[in-house]
Design a protein around this ligand. Structure first.
Ligand SMILES: [Zn+2]
Length: 408
């Protein structure tokens, strides 16, 4: 009994939908949308067609234009909320999903979808297909990579107050009077280590500060030329010095060998007992090994500081050129990382720890307002070259050399 009742009602429903479908097919053939007009349009009770709702169509247009200008649906929603946009029934049109559907609806450029099929509509378009296509392109989820490329200094700095990493974000701004949309990059403390009072810093200001810091270690061309000459002079001097050192070491080596010979004779002549002989011989052999190592070390690392020094001069004079031309098409991040480390942001001020063995020596004295190198005297420059050379020498020396006075 139940199945018959259901069967009958199903027959009735099928019949009804068939009738509706027939009516719809005729409308579709004429390019008339058979459903309820979407937001921005209204069903005309006289012609039974769909006409533009002037009051709401302008919001549709603005919504598409905002996305085309790089805004996102949340921005459109905020704009709709501010304008208290409602549909014809007085219901709010500010729901996020509704706005996303609106931005996906081909109806606005003249093509509608019905039962999964597209039809060329007779309704007047509110936007062009070109604008619609651009919006679809902008709505596509962006790859993380291209997003990160905008944040050049992401992960570079830490917060000076709480030590959390500094993160970056894009802020969208819509200038209503000019109808212009703009994007701004901001850097701020991620506050991952708890509460923190630090405020946002705009990407532009951060970039200026990085430039200011780079200027501190920018080497004028005239100075760079002198640096190279002086460094080569120092290296020459050192070569003479190390040649002398090697000479002395070779004499010491000969002495140790002579001692071993005499020790053996003493042992063979039974002047020295076997235990004493073994002990002394061992000491002298160890000394020989140490002297040989020291000779090789001097030969190998004698002027090891020269190459990193010349590299430092190259980078510092390159920075000078970039800072002078205000070239911003280069990677400031790579550049600033080649001269410093431990970047901290405190009260919107970037602090850089300049690398030792060159860049730290170029930084003007603390408290000085001048960020240029031109105030330095020749003597000042000469001392920098000497000091940096010594520091680099120490950095490249990695084998400990014990005191080598051969006793016994
Ligand atoms: Zn912080």
């Amino acid at each position: 009994m139940l199945s018959i009742a259901f069967g009958q009602s199903k027959y009735y429903v099928d019949n009804l939908s068939e009738n509706i479908k027939r009516g719809n097919r005729q409308k579709l053939r004429r390019g008339e949308y058979p459903g309820k007009a979407p937001f921005g349009y209204v069903n005309d009770p006289i012609t039974r067609g769909v006409i533009i709702d002037r009051k709401r169509a302008k919001f549709v247009k603005t919504a598409f234009e905002m996305i085309a200008d790089g805004k996102n649906p949340v921005d459109v929603r905020n704009y709709f909320l501010a304008e208290k946009v409602c549909d014809r029934r007085g219901l709010s049109a500010t729901y996020y999903d509704r706005i996303k559907r609106l931005l996906n609806n081909t109806f606005y450029y003249g093509v509608f979808k019905f039962n999964g099929e597209f039809y060329e509509g007779k309704q007047k378009p509110i936007i062009s297909k070109k604008l619609f296509d651009k919006v679809q392109q902008n709505l596509k989820p962006r790859k993380l990579k291209s997003n990160k490329a905008n944040f050049e200094f992401l992960g570079l700095m830490k917060c000076g107050e709480c030590g959390s990493s500094i993160t970056a974000e894009i802020h969208h701004k819509f200038y209503k009077r000019k109808g212009r949309h703009a994007e701004y990059i901001y850097y701020r403390c991620s506050k991952k280590k708890g509460s923190c009072n630090q405020k946002y810093l705009s990407g532009g200001i951060l970039e200026d500060q990085i430039f200011e810091n780079l200027k501190k270690v920018a080497l004028p061309n005239s100075a760079a030329q002198k640096f190279k000459i002086w460094a080569n002079e120092d290296a020459q001097e050192e070569r003479k010095l190390s040649a002398g050192q090697i000479e002395i070491l070779k004499v010491q080596l000969k002495e140790a060998e002579g001692k071993i010979d005499r020790l053996l004779e003493g042992y063979l002549d039974k002047i020295i007992d076997p235990v004493e002989y073994q002990k002394k011989k061992n000491e002298l052999l160890q000394m020989k090994v140490t002297i040989n190592e020291k000779i090789k070390e001097i030969e190998r690392t004698g002027n090891n500081w020269l190459e990193p020094f010349l590299e430092f001069v190259e980078t510092a004079s390159e920075i000078e050129k970039i800072a002078r031309a205000k070239k911003k098409d280069i990677s400031l991040r790579n550049l600033v990382q080649s001269v410093g480390s431990n970047f901290f942001l405190t009260d919107r001020q970037l602090a850089v720890n300049f690398k030792s063995g060159g860049f730290d020596a170029l930084v003007p004295p603390a408290g000085g307002t001048r960020s240029s190198q031109f105030f330095r005297s020749t003597l000042d420059w000469r001392n920098i070259v000497r000091d940096v050379g010594k520091i680099l020498q120490r950095q490249t020396e990695y084998i400990y050399i014990p005191n080598l006075s051969p006793q016994n």
